[in-house]
Design a protein around this ligand. Structure first.
Ligand SMILES: Cc1cc2nc3c(=O)[nH]c(=O)nc-3n(C[C@H](O)[C@H](O)[C@H](O)COP(=O)(O)OP(=O)(O)OC[C@H]3O[C@@H](n4cnc5c(N)ncnc54)[C@H](O)[C@@H]3O)c2cc1C
Length: 393
């Protein structure tokens, strides 16, 4: 007998066959809500259709733009999307980081104000956490927010703000009570970036690209009601947001737009494609051993990821996000190293400005950030030691 889930799968499959445009099947642009980035016709259509279904944020309440799917239905939806090769309709720090945080800590008025726009892809969000001198030791941050009537007035500087030049809004960790102990005087505030008091200056990287920015706040203002989770509670709220970030990096954020998508292990294919064979086996014994070891850590990482999704009772994992994020990043780096070793030194000839030129080398370089962004490897190991394994400080 067909279960409700079977019926949901059938209906989803039929809807996707009819409504998923050919142009969004396969790799390509995934919108992040930026009002400054033009979308092609199929990508825009796909976003609009999925917004209408509530499937950009499938587990969110309907009143905030979601579809209230159960965890099982969400899994089916993701499987069916992957079956037709559909790209996610929407991604970014809105639907994946601050949205789920607002669902947990926001007042009804804050949720009603911000969540429907996020779910509909109206506005890209930046993350204002790191400062010069406050990265791993984030609680040392100095950006100040002072109340003035019905506004917060914000002054200070953030660094490494990804995508700030094309973002519309930014969530900012600010110091609201400088006299309190450093973890106790912080608040999280939502800020509109289209005001003269907010300036994003791109940081040009060695690769020539400029994805990161310094973001300066010079008497920037925010509505008094846009402080999330209560005054001076920003450390608790901000840490929760980091768990949503880490669980997004790890592919387990089922409160976000694309949690639980199966990642593809392309390392094997790339290594095999570049290697000589000896009676069907890889001729190079070292590469052979490394590939076998990589396949095993990949399988272990995938099983841990699936277990984290299955075991999580709330909509996002807690400290497990650090373990899955770290093992995913390490496994990806190990795979990139292996591809490089298999391909040999000719891979180092490339032109950064040429799209498509030596993607593997660019991936190897870019993959280094996997153990820095969202908290470094050492910080994740500290969290795992203290919060997962219960070791003393
Ligand atoms: C791709 C990418 C995107 C990013 N996007 C954003 C963004 O959008 N918004 C934002 O706010 N930030 C962003 N960041 C910044 C990121 O959060 C910080 O780089 C990170 O938290 C580390 O801080 P830091 O660079 O100041 O290094 P530091 O904190 O100075 O660390 C330097 C080294 O010291 C080690 N270390 C520090 N403290 C300890 C300790 N207690 N125990 C052991 N070792 C320690 C670190 O592990 C690291 O190896 C991004 C970073 C990257 C790479």
């Amino acid at each position: 007998m067909a279960t409700d889930l079977d019926t949901f799968r059938e209906e989803t499959r039929a809807w996707l066959d009819e409504n998923c445009p050919a142009g969004v099947r396969g790799p390509g642009t995934v919108p992040n809500g930026s009002t400054k980035i033009e979308l092609d016709t199929d990508t825009r259509l796909w976003l609009e259709r999925m917004v209408e279904k509530g499937w950009t944020v499938p587990t969110w309440p309907k009143e905030y733009g979601g579809a209230e799917l159960s965890r099982e239905e969400y899994k089916v939806l993701v499987e069916e999307l992957q079956r037709v090769g559909a790209r996610p309709p929407l991604t970014g720090r809105g639907v994946n980081y601050i949205g789920p945080t607002l669902l947990e800590f926001g007042t009804d008025q804050q949720k009603a104000k911000w969540l429907p726009g996020m779910a509909a892809g109206k506005g890209c969000w930046a993350m204002g956490y790191s400062e010069p001198g406050a990265g791993s030791d984030l609680a040392s941050l100095k950006t100040r927010a002072v109340r003035d009537g019905d506004q917060w007035v914000i002054n200070g500087s953030k660094i490494w703000t990804s995508g700030a030049t094309y973002s519309d809004y930014i969530f900012v960790l600010c110091r609201t009570s400088p006299d309190k102990p450093k973890h106790d005087g912080i608040s999280l505030i939502l800020v509109d970036m289209s005001q003269p008091g907010v300036q994003a200056r791109p940081i040009r990287l060695i690769s020539g690209s400029a994805e990161f920015c310094e973001t300066h706040f010079d008497n920037a203002v925010a509505d008094i009601d846009d402080l999330i989770g209560g005054i001076d509670r920003g450390w608790t709220v901000g840490k929760r947001l980091l768990q949503f970030e880490r669980s997004t990096h790890a592919g387990i954020n089922v409160s976000g737009s694309e949690g639980g998508r199966e990642s593809k292990n392309s390392v094997r294919e790339k290594v095999l494609g570049s290697q000589a064979r000896d009676n069907g086996r890889l001729a190079d014994e070292t590469i052979r051993d490394r590939l076998a070891a990589h396949d095993m850590t990949y399988a272990a990482k995938e099983l841990t990821r699936l277990r984290a999704v299955a075991e999580t009772k709330a909509l996002a994992p807690t400290f497990a996000s650090s373990a899955v994020k770290l093992s995913s990043a390490l496994n990806a780096q190990e795979g990139d190293e292996l591809i490089l070793a298999a391909r040999g030194s000719d891979i180092f000839e490339f032109d950064f400005d040429q799209p498509g030129d030596n993607e593997e080398l660019k991936k190897w370089l870019g993959g280094k950030s996997g153990t820095i962004a969202g908290g470094t490897k050492e910080i994740q190991l500290n969290i795992i030691a203290k919060r997962v394994l219960g070791l003393p400080d």
